[in-house]
Design a binder for this molecule. Structure first.
Ligand code: F6P
Length: 547
């Protein structure tokens, strides 16, 4: 069975939404709030430790009803069933998309070709658990019989961004092990990490689903050669482990088959932190915290699968994105966590969202004639307020923004937290209300500004407001809430892909650059390079002469 394939622009709901957009676009949110005192009550979802307030959006009840109608018309309900039931919904690669099975309960059943994959998942989890405990406790030792002090995760894309983001986010829960990440093929990256570690006390986790990725293999080879300057070949087994689906390639590389943590082709790279790719997370914060992360994600999976669409957080957030992207022409969305711990959330979700939904061919093989994937960007607040918020407030572009915050700080510092959260609330309020001419004029009077100065300054000091935001407020940053938050965005990606009628789980676009890089690498030592366009020839010949 395949996913439904409906051109969203041909649905009745889309036509109604277009008409509705022309009715509603010129009504400001300030007017909407003024005419409806129940807005916040109507447009929020409270679930577990989360409060999602989506009332500061350019919507009314009719908008929500029509967006829900769209979700129904494109067959979202059926698509969710196909997603969770292990059908090969990644049709261009003929694979299921079952990262949800990685965080299932032991009693759950997730079938692929009639086989329940949950027992295998739990087998690998138990291997992760015992390995983690042996490393953290110091029971497992390096080649000179010393306990491990450092972990280096070698991977790229989904085999790096997820673990790197979560290890950073859960720093508060971290143990004594120092964790490093090597991803870029830029040799300066690996050399900077090698400066900080001791081969006798460092464990290397080579994470690569395919075990064919140029960056990861090159970095792993460089690190192995560095390691062998102090150790013997047989010591590699004590210091190198791998996470991969490709056992043959791993053993060819020289890693012992017992040191392989398997994963499966039904786990997409950008959704793999829940698999053994999360080994580095488990090592950094302990298996119990890793398991809590999985449990938070699982709770969100159940919510997404079972909740009616009007109260379903990923569905509602996805529909709002569709509303701005396809009816208001918004091209990007900002994600602003008010937590320094979440500084890598936006780069992480850039892969999840943009690699998934950056597609222009629909599920019938036709070029789409409507907009698909949004551009995602962001940085933590309050830093970002002092960097790019000016453009969100007073620029010409519409940038719907998610504000993510926590009620309680982890160190209990109320002074800082109240100031942080005042900014969090103030920004969404400012983006909604802006500043009117009357308010600005009143300020001028208080400041004693001359009328000549005032009339010059007035247009610059007025803020139109009317900028949409979602407020995502959780109780505190725990492994469990983080798991739910990531899972929420994963399902949002799915819903958007279904509505846009695209395949969200392949990434063919990334492959072309890889192929060309390999062919250029083969030529880079040739004398005069002539086989490319004139610009590429010119640049390559310049590089050769000057290196
Ligand atoms: O960037 C393309 C990609 O295939 C990602 O989807 C993936 O996360 C990354 O490369 C790394 O792949 P692998 O885990 O196979 O090394």
């Amino acid at each position: 069975m395949s996913l439904p394939s409906v051109n969203p622009t041909q649905t009745l709901a889309w036509k109604k939404l277009k008409e509705h957009h022309s009715e509603i676009a010129s009504i400001t949110m300030q007017e909407m709030f003024a005419s409806d005192s129940e807005r916040a009550d109507k447009f929020h979802i409270q679930w577990e430790d989360f409060l999602i307030d989506y009332s500061k959006n350019k919507i009314n009840s009719k908008t929500v009803d029509l967006l829900l109608e769209l979700a129904n018309e494109v067959g979202l309900e059926k698509a969710i069933k196909s997603y969770f039931s292990g059908e090969a919904i990644n049709q261009t690669e003929n694979r299921a998309v079952l990262h949800t099975a990685l965080r299932a309960k032991e009693s759950d059943v997730f079938l692929i070709d009639g086989k329940n994959v949950v027992p295998e998942v739990f087998e690998v989890k138990s291997k992760i658990k015992s390995f983690t405990n042996q490393i953290i406790s110091g029971e497992k030792k390096g080649f000179t019989n010393k306990s491990f002090t450092d972990i280096v995760n070698i991977g790229i894309g989904g085999s790096d961004l997820g673990p790197a983001m979560v290890v950073e986010a859960l720093q508060f829960y971290k143990n004594h092990l120092n964790v490093h990440f090597v991803s870029n093929i830029d040799g300066d990256h690996v050399n900077e990490v090698l400066k900080k570690i001791n081969p006798e006390t460092t464990l290397f986790v080579v994470a690569s689903k395919t075990f064919t990725t140029q960056e990861t293999l090159t970095n792993a080879e460089t690190i192995r050669s560095w390691f062998l300057q102090s150790a013997k070949q047989e010591d590699v087994a004590k210091h190198f482990v791998a996470v991969s689906t490709n056992i043959n390639k791993v053993t060819e590389f020289g890693i012992d088959a017992n040191n392989v943590f398997p994963m499966w082709d039904w786990v997409g790279g950008r959704f793999s932190l829940w698999s053994a790719v999360g080994l580095t997370i488990s090592l950094a914060v302990g298996f119990d915290n890793f398991d809590q992360l999985l449990s938070g994600a699982h709770k969100m999976d159940v919510h997404f699968k079972e909740e009616s669409f009007d109260k379903n957080i990923p569905v509602v957030l996805a529909l709002l994105t569709i509303w701005y992207n396809n009816f208001f022409g918004a091209e990007s969305e900002a994600l602003i966590p008010y937590s320094q711990y979440l500084q890598k959330l936006a780069p992480y979700l850039q892969q999840g969202i943009m690699e998934s939904n950056g597609k222009s061919v629909d599920r019938n093989g036709k070029l789409v004639d409507y907009e698909t994937g949004t551009i995602i960007w962001g940085e933590p607040g309050t830093n970002s307020q002092h960097a790019f918020f000016q453009l969100i407030h007073q620029g010409t572009k519409l940038i719907p923004t998610d504000f993510i915050g926590f009620v309680k700080p982890l160190y209990g510092d109320e002074n800082h937290h109240n100031k942080l959260m005042s900014n969090f609330f103030a920004q969404t309020e400012a983006l909604l209300n802006g500043k009117t001419q009357t308010q600005v004029k009143e300020e001028f009077v208080k400041q004693g500004i001359t009328s000549e100065q005032a009339s010059f300054l007035l247009p610059y000091k007025v803020f139109s407001g009317d900028k949409p935001t979602n407020t995502i407020l959780a109780k505190s940053l725990t492994p469990e809430t983080l798991g739910s938050l990531i899972s929420m965005y994963e399902h949002k990606i799915f819903v958007q892909g279904i509505i846009w009628n695209i395949f969200s789980y392949d990434q063919w676009g990334v492959e072309l650059g890889k192929q060309l890089a390999n062919s250029i690498l083969n030529e880079i030592n040739n004398s005069a390079i002539k086989s490319h366009d004139s610009s590429t020839n010119f640049l390559l010949n310049y590089y050769q002469k000057n290196r």
